[in-house]
Design a binder for this molecule. Sequence first.
Ligand code: ADP
Ligand code: MG
Length: 705
Amino acid sequence: MNDMNQLLQPVSMLPGVGARRVTMLARLGLATWFDLLTFFPRDYENWLSLTPLSELEHQQTAVFRATVAQKPVLSRKGRLNILQTVLQDDAYSIKAVWFNQPWHAQRLVPGQTFVFRGRVKRKGRLFSVENPSFEPDEHLPEKQRLRPVYPLTQGLRQSFIRQLTENLIPRVISIVPEPLPARIRREYHLCAAAFAYSRIHHPADWEEADICRQRLAFEELFLFQAGIYLLRQSARDSRKAYRAVISESRRHILQACINQLPFTLTHAQQQAWQTIHHDLGSERPMNRLLQGDVGSGKTVVAALAMLHCALAGMQAVLMAPTAVLARQHHQTLARLLAGSGFEVELLTGATKKTDRNKLLQSLEEGGLQLLVGTHALIEDRVRFKCLALAITDEQHRFGVRQRIRLTENTSGETENKAQSESTQLVPHVLVMSATPIPRTLALMLYGDLDISVIDQLPEGRKPISTYTARQKDRPRIDALIRKTIDAGHQVYVVCPMIEESAESDLESAENVWQRISAQMPDSHEAGLLHGRMKPSEKDKVMDRFLSGKCAVLVSTTVIEVGVDNPNAVLMIIENAERFGLAQLHQLRGRIGRGEQASLCVLISEADDELARSRLTAVCRSRDGFELAEKDLQLRGPGDFFGTRQHGLPPLRVANLYQDQDLIQKSRKALNSLLREDPDLMHAENRIIRQTLNLRYGDVFAHIGI
Ligand code: ADP
Ligand code: MG
């Protein structure tokens, strides 16, 4: 019925696309016409301004008009065949060379004029250009003077994709959907969809390219947020949450627990706790992000929230991304809640079968109220009697899907009683994260998630000094390790995972460990921790480190999140250039937790300017937000703020960092629309849902936000 669906035709329906190319296009995620239409250029080749030969510069990528001055000569050098000629304009000449492109010889007829584009080199007074592309002068219409450069992988040529989009656009221009209402386009000065989709591939000039990009990024952000909104809306329906309210007679227990803490809560912690406390007592499901830099003390806030639920006679669960962290949380919670009379249990992949069965039964019957665990918690067999609160720690380590699963494993009891969906109670949700996401981005990714920020570190934190070092400084670093352990303190040595290959990851950490072990005095031991060890082995090593028996812990980034050992005051990071800045910051957050001043050494042999300036940034700043922004500035947005890790579809034009302004505007536009049409069901707004479908299929539906 809808023309728009023609956009879902396979790419094989375009001329020149055979089976082999279908496969290659598929590798880029290009299966349909629409995929191709939204495969936007990452840049443009500039053929706009011509440089006279007399003004060419060494190493410049130049576009120039010139005439072929002599018959091209073809020669051979081993397997290379070389085509050479001389090009000239009124005043100057330049040598042109093509390697392994003998076919150009036919076109390069002496006396013919072309526009050339290529990188110019200069040797003495002689200029040359290698492998220039060229077009007959009169055949280069105005609109083709900015040529799209697509983000290609090997095997496909730019010219092929250019040809495809040139073929495609006239066929689809009349059926490109326009999901943005005219009113919104006017208000935000956005061009029409058909114009944007076609001209982004072949803009007349930079200004036009920019106008198209703005419009498309706005549309993308608008639709993306609409998708998240609709999903939440359908997931939320009319369900209510458990109201966790503590009876008068038990209230003092919570206060007593706060009073018994070995420290006083910071103002920021108190505020976060007050808000959460209030949310828990409401039947409106809490959906809150608790954000706080490493070491800001999120765990104790989680502990109080869990105790609150237990005192209200309900259950609470905390999910951590690694077994090491889950174990540690379990210990911390058990310690913090020791006087409260509630047991805290631990469930990980390593939990023994008999223990596990007992635990699961107790959970289902409601005898067990507080649980900490890993992904093991989202297995189907885990059922709660009345789960009032589900917390995920270091939430960036989980996909959205996993987070949702945790909240779905609610009461088996409700089902037994065959209560209808709408009366089934859902748990409150708290996600904790040290990832410093600017607020606009958080709003974008988490939609209507409420946000609490712990923007204050506990007092008395000793500074962490951070320095860079090189291999040649080894002896000094070894001496530093020795001095630290002699003083009774502990040391982290962190090795990167080298690429995806687990083999080399294992080896590098292991090599370092062997080297360090060999130098350890007899009285001390070094432990090794990496992702491929059995959970029970990891636990053993971690235990020895936390209890002080092991003085040096050599590890991969498994310790990145959460681990808390105040006696560790020195961290050595190997191949530091391989880490993201935010990751280095998180790693460094493992030290500086006790009374001692701490030291972090970033070892790197990298010499390029970018790597050095990134490491310098870490040495200079202890502010996670600042570093994250710096990282983005220096590296461009990687996966750090990327949507992929959140289980959401990737953005194709918009950039979560650079387009913060557009995020805000599109959000505002969407909200104004939703005020009039909360379900986006009005006839004129149907197109939004349809475009969402076209663009994302049922991706959003599967995420189940
Ligand atoms: P994160 O927010 O990174 O998860 P943690 O919850 O692990 O931080 O807390 C870091 C350390 O700070 C822990 O050793 C914890 O006991 C301690 N801590 C938490 N709150 C306070 C406070 N208000 N005053 C002093 N120390 C605190
Ligand atoms: Mg933590």
